[in-house]
Design a protein around this ligand. Structure first.
Ligand code: TXA
Ligand code: MG
Length: 323
């Protein structure tokens, strides 16, 4: 099988209805979509991505009126967040309807739901007429795709269609939250900032724990994720050790200024965090494709999208092979 690369909504929607796999653009990253109500189609997603079955998928809906197809209840605070932030980069974890296959939620009694803010995604889901389960369209643990070509490079021989909708404007995945009374628990930082959530919810807590007791709450939060093939270290200042001077080292940095000495390649992101996020995964891919021995990345400030970007950087470092 080789995926068709195209822009035909009717063709892509027909494939989804038939239980096939279609990668499509969202404002965050490209998703690998399948009919969420079809357990066999969902199983194909796990197979194509080589994704472990303990890592649940997000269900994408065309309109909030579709919620009653996938969840049993929408608590008032969840409703408020949807009204404020949907369509957009916010996934809400809510109690799952039995009719949603257990594989979608990895056996949990909750399901993550989101209405993406991308006209192609909305049109495609509406035309397919069914909620669409979609993880990021990359092999498990690897760098997330923000352009159709990224998907083609990794998954072309495993899926049916790649819808080319250009580059993703946000560039990092959605913020995943659960609500508990008047508390918002952030399970994964992402494209919607904590500051934005705090503007609406009285209590926003960041569930940053990697310990096993809280793993069940966010099973997909494996430390090794978003990983390049090249070794990667996160370092405050863009300098090289003596040993590294003999290596081909690339730099990923959002700090403006002169190019520091000794780097074989520099990917400079915009200091503006939304613009840095939009370019982040593509820049990491370019570095990873450049036969470097090592990638040095400088951390982002710990506010706004910087929190989600640092999360991706630290996981990429943990998942990359040692230098
Ligand atoms: O922006 C995004 O969220 C993209 C686009 C395609 O929508 N999707 C995405 O999916 O990033 P994925 O599969 O790469 O990450 C989904 C993560 C899981 O790893 C898990 O941490 C969390 O969402 N998740 C999903 N369902 C959950 C649930 N029922 N309970 C807790 N966490 C859940
Ligand atoms: Mg992913």
């Amino acid at each position: 099988m080789t995926a068709t690369l195209g822009t035909d909504i009717a063709e892509a929607a027909a494939l989804l209805k038939a239980g096939r796999l279609v990668a499509f653009p969202t404002e965050t990253v490209y998703g690998l979509g399948a009919n969420a109500m079809d357990g066999v189609a969902v199983a194909r997603v796990f197979e194509a991505k080589q994704r472990p079955e303990f890592d649940p998928l997000i269900v994408h809906i065309a309109d909030s009126s579709w919620l009653d197809r996938v969840v049993t209840d929408v608590p008032p605070l969840a409703r408020l967040l949807m009204e404020r932030f949907w369509p957009g980069p916010l996934t809400l974890v809510l109690p799952k309807l039995d009719s949603v296959p257990d594989l979608v939620s990895s056996g949990l009694d909750t399901v993550g739901v989101r209405q993406p803010a991308h006209p192609i995604a909305i049109e495609l889901i509406a035309e397919a007429g069914t909620p669409i389960a979609a993880p990021s369209a990359n092999l498990f643990g690897r760098i997330s795709p923000t352009a159709a070509q990224h998907v083609v490079d990794q998954l072309a021989d495993r899926i049916d269609y790649v819808f080319d909708g250009g580059s993703c404007s946000v560039g990092i995945e959605s913020t995943v939250v659960a609500v508990d009374g008047d508390r918002v628990v952030v399970l994964r930082p992402g494209g919607l900032t904590l500051e934005a959530l705090r503007g609406v919810a009285p209590k926003v807590e960041f569930n940053d724990s990697e310990d096993t007791e809280t793993q069940h709450a966010s099973p997909g939060r494996t430390l090794q994720h978003y990983a390049p093939r090249t070794a990667l270290v996160v370092r405050e200042s863009p300098t090289l050790t003596d040993a590294e001077r003999h290596l081909a080292v690339g730099l990923l940095s959002h700090n403006p200024g002169e190019g520091p000495a000794g780097f074989a390649m520099i990917e400079r992101l915009e200091p503006d965090l939304p613009r840095a996020a939009a370019e982040f995964f593509a820049a990491l891919r370019r570095l990873d494709a450049s036969q470097l021995d090592l990638i040095v990345a400088t951390p982002f400030p710990e506010y706004g999208l910087g929190i989600a970007l640092n999360d991706r950087l630290n996981r990429a470092a943990a998942g990359a092979r040692p230098a």
